[in-house]
Design a protein around this ligand. Structure first.
Ligand code: PEP
Ligand code: MN
Length: 264
């Protein structure tokens, strides 16, 4: 079902006024994690002001170590839903377990499946039973074929609203956190009709590389970008402050992107 042979036309996922997979470049911006109502509200305001359409933010965080901040949980879903509504933004948040799919889907417009859960098959099967759009991140050691098979689980269950996300893979290079595989963008679009989103924040792990790799992703044909932005990245509650853009960088990036592809 994910294959372009089966479905030649691009899949366009329409949520409100936003069309993902069509001519419009879709920008998802926001913090790695939802922290407080004031934090998510202010960031939502800045995402909207810059011209972004979707607010990102994790209420449930998949952390490598068990002692790290794990996210604020259900309260974070509520904070983000409120900030999104107030500023006229759609929202996307990560869900990690099948039991939390319904409550996350009640609060967010799009559910994000993190790189570490790309092959959590029980979770994928559960996502097939709802109609909420899913952003499926590529596992950091997964092939294109494995990513497409993970998408297939969701599609086969009856949810056609799946977008694929390149977020960097693990290579021998240590300078960057991951290696953003730009080749994934045209390859996935050749093999599949599903929209392809690029995540240069996790793909590089370095703020100073994010803007360039956003532009490179758009040049490679990405249908959208998911970008971490924080008003106080040095004091953010996850380690992802180092890859989060400052608000003025985010705003300037969107001005530059407008020259490459319309994002409204
Ligand atoms: C995130 O988007 O903050 C995140 C944890 O992403 P990934 O699953 O790609 O590491
Ligand atoms: Mn993050």
């Amino acid at each position: 079902l994910a294959s372009r042979d089966f479905h030649p036309a691009n899949t366009i996922i329409k949520i409100g006024d936003v069309e993902i997979g069509g001519d419009q470049l879709v920008i998802m911006g926001g913090p790695c994690a939802v922290e407080t109502p004031a934090q998510i509200n202010e960031i939502a305001r800045l995402v909207k002001l810059a011209g972004g359409q979707i607010l990102r933010g994790g209420a449930f965080k998949p952390r490598t170590g068990p002692y790290s901040f794990q996210g604020v949980g259900v309260e974070g879903l509520e904070m983000m839903a409120e900030a999104g509504k107030k500023h006229g933004l759609l929202t996307i948040t990560e869900v990690m377990t099948p039991e939390y799919v319904d409550i996350c889907a009640e609060h967010a417009d799009i559910l994000q499946i993190g790189t570490r859960n790309m092959q959590n098959f029980d979770l994928l099967r559960k996502l097939g039973t709802i109609q909420t759009p899913i952003l499926l991140k590529r596992g950091f050691s997964s092939t294109y074929d494995e990513l497409l098979n993970a998408a297939e689980y969701i599609l086969a269950g009856g949810n056609p609203n799946v977008m694929l996300c390149e977020r960097g893979i693990r290579t021998f290079e240590t300078y960057t956190r991951n290696t953003l595989d730009l080749t994934a963008i045209p390859v996935l679009q050749q093999l599949s009709h599903l929209p392809v989103i690029s995540d240069p924040s996790h793909g590089t792990g370095r703020r100073e590389l994010v803007e360039t790799m956003c532009k490179a992703s758009v040049a490679a044909g990405a249908n959208g970008l998911i970008v971490e932005m924080h008003t106080d990245p040095d004091n953010s509650m996850t380690g992802d402050g180092v890859q989060s853009l400052f608000p003025d960088q985010f705003a300037n990036l969107l001005v530059d992107l407008e020259k490459l592809a319309p994002h409204f």
